[in-house]
Design a protein around this ligand. Sequence first.
Ligand SMILES: Cc1ncc(COP(=O)(O)O)c(C=O)c1O
Length: 396
Amino acid sequence: MSMLEQFKEYTSPVLGRYFEDFEVASGKGCYLYGTDGKEYLDFASGIATCSTGHCHPKVVKAAIEQTKKLIHTCIGIALYEPYGSLGKEIRSISPIPNSQIFACQSGTEAVESALKLVKYATKKPGIIAFEGSFHGRTLGALSVTTSKMKYRDGYEPLLPEVYISPLDLSSVEKIIKEHQIGGIIFEPVMGEGGYKVISPIFLQGLRKLCDNNDVLLIADEVQSGVGRCGKWFAFEHAGIVPDVITLAKGIASGFPLGLCVAGRELMAKWSKGAHGSTFGGNPVSCSAAIATINVIKEKSLLEKTEKLGNYLIKQLKKLQKKYSQIKEVRGLGLMVGVDFCDNAIVKKIMNFCLENGLVLISTGGDGTVIRFVPPLIVKKPQIDKALEIFEEALTK
Ligand SMILES: Cc1ncc(COP(=O)(O)O)c(C=O)c1O
């Protein structure tokens, strides 16, 4: 049985997939290797997740050493070193004073945790989220997700007291005045909604509204965080500090880990046992996360990401001038989207690129955006190679 036949026979058809029969055997750095031995330049990074590239030696070493020592015990049963050490590492990079972590395993769980923390701490049930946002697929996170209505179809009714607002401050203010709002959740750069960068002025206004109305601000940095946008957190570009941060994806270079980060005072309002998880903060994932943060620091990947991201955007804007199918180029750091007139073109480009050794995937409510999210260790020649294949696709 081929890999595809096996997949079709034994796994649920519910999974949406970008490519029908792309089979990989291994990955190293910015490259994936197909079962046919072909090399692919990976500008999808497992959906913005393999931040230090595939199988970075320092991440592999940390994970192997931890695997040999202890794989699991559950933090509810016994303390183990990597969980607390990761909390310390996060405090060293987090603008939230005296930050503490609650660890889980995925982005959607980090969002669930943040929503639960905010409801619990404020004793106010209402949550505001923004039109076009994506926060995850479990029922709480799905309740604040509207990037594609397909995600919600068949699952309504979802969480009550969720208010979906347009991205304007007067609408947000009106909702706050009319309802008991505990928290507002936002993505600094909308990921699944099409790589839209939210304006710093809007985020500064949101911060003020929250301060004036005793509302907590949650920055969902699951996709945009951990250096992806050229700073540890994308909200730093707006000069604001949220009350809660959610992290996952790039934090552990591909090991499953989600984090809900908040200040000590806020965390203290979450009573013992009010939330928890069996696997959350798994020792191997935490060790991989510590190694990931160290690699980002040692290799100055924040500065490099900002520089290379600007270069990538500049080159893509040149292509925009040449090819009328491109509507817009936008992004921050190495989270860059190219918006096209329709999604049929996008699918053709993705397939052409894959055939020619470049993995690019789409995003956006209508799938009209091609995203460039290479590992943060990417080098300029690899960006140039990706641009070359991408341009060839445009000419076809
Ligand atoms: C901003 C944001 N939040 C939450 C999630 C959900 O993360 P996960 O797929 O790990 O549950 C995603 C995933 O794409 C995301 O981009």
